[in-house]
Design a protein. Structure first.
Length: 229
């Protein structure tokens, strides 16, 4: 919500047959009446949003594709959608919902937070989740990054590595630090024989078959200092 303009922003991902489509609708509502002021269709999947009332901007993370994962478990199987491809940050006018700028991000974007005092955006990205046949949870998590953007022009100021499967983010504007919750999970361990092509590997009796090992990472908190990125 933007208390200055009296606008509420609601993002709805379009769904068909229980699975998300690669389009979303952003509704701009009047905070007093609840009426729809503007509806903006974005051909991406919208994620988190943040508002800077000082600039009158709304920032929305999005990604443009999903992958349908078939997960096999003993005695059962399931399918789920997971982010795939690149992401971006959409900069919108807080009064009208008009798109002002699109800032590309290499990985699928998740959560976002604003440091209004320093004019910085913190954007959390995660590597795509992939299926694993021997994983208890059915999924392997991936490492993440946080991108720090200049709020005025969207310029990338730097990136920092965070933990496995990052999620929620909060900013302490007083000291200029961001706190990212790393949800942890199972990560594929390195395979020392992966440099050998699979077509060759199967004919080498001394090379073990590919069996991805698993490393378990606990939940953790990553602290990022924007002045050092």
């Amino acid at each position: 919500m933007d208390a200055t303009t009296g606008r509420i922003f609601v993002a709805i991902v379009n769904v068909a047959n229980g699975l998300p489509l690669n389009t979303s609708d952003l509704y701009v509502l009047d905070a007093r009446s609840g009426s729809v002021v503007q509806r903006v269709t974005i051909r991406r999947i919208l994620g988190d949003m943040a508002v800077d009332e000082r600039l009158g901007h709304v920032y929305a993370t999005s990604y443009g594709a999903t992958a349908l994962l078939a997960i096999q478990r003993p005695g059962a199987s399931m399918a789920m959608e997971a982010p795939a491809g690149t992401g971006d940050v959409r900069v919108l006018n807080a009064r009208t919902g008009a798109l002002l700028q699109t800032v590309p991000i290499k990985s699928a974007t998740a959560n976002i937070a604003v440091d209004r005092r320093r004019g910085r955006l913190f954007v959390v990205s995660a590597e795509p989740v992939v299926a694993g046949p021997a994983n208890i949870s059915g999924l392997y998590a991936g490492p993440g990054t946080v991108s720090v953007l200049d709020e005025r022009n969207g310029q990338l100021l730097g990136t920092a590595a965070v933990g496995v499967n990052p999620g929620a983010i909060a900013v302490d504007e007083r000291i200029g630090q961001a706190y990212i919750v790393d949800n942890g999970g199972l990560v594929r361990a390195a395979d020392g024989w992966s440099w050998i092509p699979q077509g060759v590997r199967q004919w080498l009796p001394f090379v073990p078959p590919p069996r991805p090992g698993l490393l378990s990472f606990p939940v953790s908190i990553t602290v990022v200092d924007a002045s050092r990125v």
